[in-house]
Design a protein around this ligand. Structure first.
Ligand SMILES: Cc1cc2nc3c(=O)[nH]c(=O)nc-3n(C[C@H](O)[C@H](O)[C@H](O)COP(=O)(O)OP(=O)(O)OC[C@H]3O[C@@H](n4cnc5c(N)ncnc54)[C@H](O)[C@@H]3O)c2cc1C
Length: 475
């Protein structure tokens, strides 16, 4: 029999947890949070590779209403961030609402009942409102390399790190050079026997100003929360300015910083290979102090010749060169543009979300989409920018206001008007086209085959906060 709830939240990452905490605070107690994993934390539970850390300073990568004054360093590492979210779930009384090991598979809207029916493998829920908090980094992206499935050694994706496998002394091939590889390559290099880092498109890697906080700093932050507040504001202002990629001087300075960092590579040929070909900001900017020096180790090689195939025991590049490997670690990121594709979402009049989004995901403020009433998304299309936790807080506040309105105005269903959503997305795409650096042939992370950029928010976080605080255009 179906369990009936007012609200079902899908996902217990930062988004689902924030939603749960704010629902409770506002008195909406009739909700469950479905999570397919066996614990909370989302990204920070799944991505436990060596060296995993945030790349937005922790004092901004935490909720404004749940400050952590004792972060150990400027950019906290995965265990400390996961701990923050686990403690958050306990402190905000979310455990009774959590349904762990419950992956949502299908969600179907009924106009007659103004409700969603949601199925997991084991259970069915009926709910007035569904909030999707499945994130953008859950579906891992496997490269389409001939022979990869015939590899006889150990093979895993960096986002599903095989902690039972001992890399010590092994010949290890790493394929991909995004944010994760930049973090784990320096962490595993000292212990492996040989490390081949295959990269199609070397990225810009700027220095990371990542000092540990001293005991005195932490004591000061704990004794005087206004000191943490001041630091958070300073970080916010810096990030808000940088993440719009509009300031040419800042882009130039970032490239210069990247070049200075690259100069840490001693071998001129390796330096040449690692020189990015796209301008800074075209792809997600990366930061690391130890990535480039890793290539000064005699057993580490950067390879930019395209990978042609994988055999039972080697990676073969287009120049015919074969490099033997015991383990291949695939670090080719996530299917970031395929929002919600793991769930069958069927809206008004049997409309399927994947068909509605066949040319790319779109939503009003990334939160609501026409034809799918009472469905709210957190970290949805075109909301990637700055500290995602800040963006999520804006979204959660927006959703709560709509829930309160539904109660106050006796609305059974709430759906964004088609004209408002179309206008919003037309303007959004125009503004995205205005970001010069994204018009230089960036692909993948940001774009779908139709050419639309579906992940990025092109303005500041402040602009997003202003827009999400405005009335929702639904009548
Ligand atoms: C390695 C890495 C580093 C990052 N660093 C930063 C950073 O420094 N700063 C920043 O702002 N952002 C960063 N991000 C982005 C990060 O994903 C977000 O900051 C944040 O985790 C988003 O929270 P979320 O709850 O929306 O999604 P997630 O954290 O991805 O959580 C989603 C949850 O939904 C669950 N789920 C998915 N599908 C289903 C389903 N069908 N049914 C039930 N549960 C489901 C997942 O298991 C997961 O627990 C990083 C991402 C990665 C991968």
């Amino acid at each position: 029999m179906a369990s009936t709830r007012r609200i079902v939240v899908i996902g217990a990452g930062p988004g689902g947890l924030c939603m749960g905490a704010k629902l409770r605070e506002a008195g909406f107690d009739d909700f469950v949070i479905l999570e397919q994993a066996d614990g909370v934390g989302g990204t920070w539970r799944h991505n436990s590779y060596p060296g995993a850390a945030c790349d937005i300073p922790s004092h901004l990568y935490s909720f404004s209403f749940e400050r952590k004054n004792d972060w150990s360093r400027a950019y906290a590492t995965q265990p400390e961030i996961l701990d923050y979210f686990e403690q958050f779930a306990t402190k905000y009384g979310l455990e009774p609402h959590l349904r762990l090991g419950s992956g949502a598979r299908r969600v179907v809207w009924s106009d007659a009942d103004a409700r969603w029916t949601l199925s997991t493998d084991a259970d069915t829920y009926e709910a007035d409102v569904v909030v999707s908090a499945v994130g953008m980094f859950n579906e891992v992206n496997w490269p389409d390399i001939p022979g990869l499935d015939t590899f006889g050694g150990t093979l895993f994706h960096s986002a599903r790190w095989d902690h039972d496998h001992d890399l010590r002394g092994e010949s290890v091939a790493v394929i991909g050079s995004g944010a994760s590889a930049i973090q784990f390559v320096p962490a595993i290099a000292p212990e492996v026997g040989r490390l081949y880092h295959f990269q199609r498109q070397p990225q810009w890697v700027a220095p990371k100003l990542d000092p540990p906080f001293s005991e005195e700093d932490i004591a000061r932050f704990c004794a005087d929360p206004s000191a943490t507040e001041a630091l958070r504001t300073e970080i916010y202002d810096r990030v808000d300015k940088a993440q719009t990629f509009a300031d040419r001087d800042l882009l130039r300075l970032s490239e210069e910083a990247g070049l200075q960092n690259l100069a840490l590579v001693e071998d001129p040929e390796t330096r040449r290979r690692l020189m990015p070909t796209a301008p800074f900001g075209c792809h997600r900017p990366l930061i690391s102090n130890d990535y480039y020096p890793t290539f000064n180790l005699p057993h580490v090689e950067a390879i930019t010749d395209p990978v042609e195939k994988v055999t039972s025991d080697a990676v073969v590049t287009a120049d015919g060169k074969e490099r033997r490997a015991d383990t291949i670690i695939v670090a080719t990121g996530f299917a970031t543009t395929k929002y919600l594709s793991v769930i069958d979402v069927i809206g008004r009049d049997g409309q399927r979300l994947d068909e509605a989004w066949s040319t790319g995901a779109q939503a009003y403020l990334g939160i609501t989409t026409t034809g799918f009433p009472n469905l709210f998304m957190l970290y949805g299309p075109n909301t990637n920018n700055g500290s995602i936790l800040f963006m999520i807080e804006c979204q959660v506040a927006h959703v709560l206001r709509q829930l309160e309105r539904m109660d106050a105005e006796g609305l059974a269903a709430l759906e964004v008007r088609a004209d408002a959503m179309d206008r919003y997305n037309r303007d959004l795409q125009r503004d995205l086209d205005g970001v010069e650096v994204w018009q230089t042939g960036c692909h993948g992370y940001y774009r779908v085959p139709s050419g639309r950029i579906v992940t990025q928010w092109p303005h500041s976080m402040t602009e997003y906060a202003v827009r999400t605080s405005q009335p929702h255009p639904d009548a």
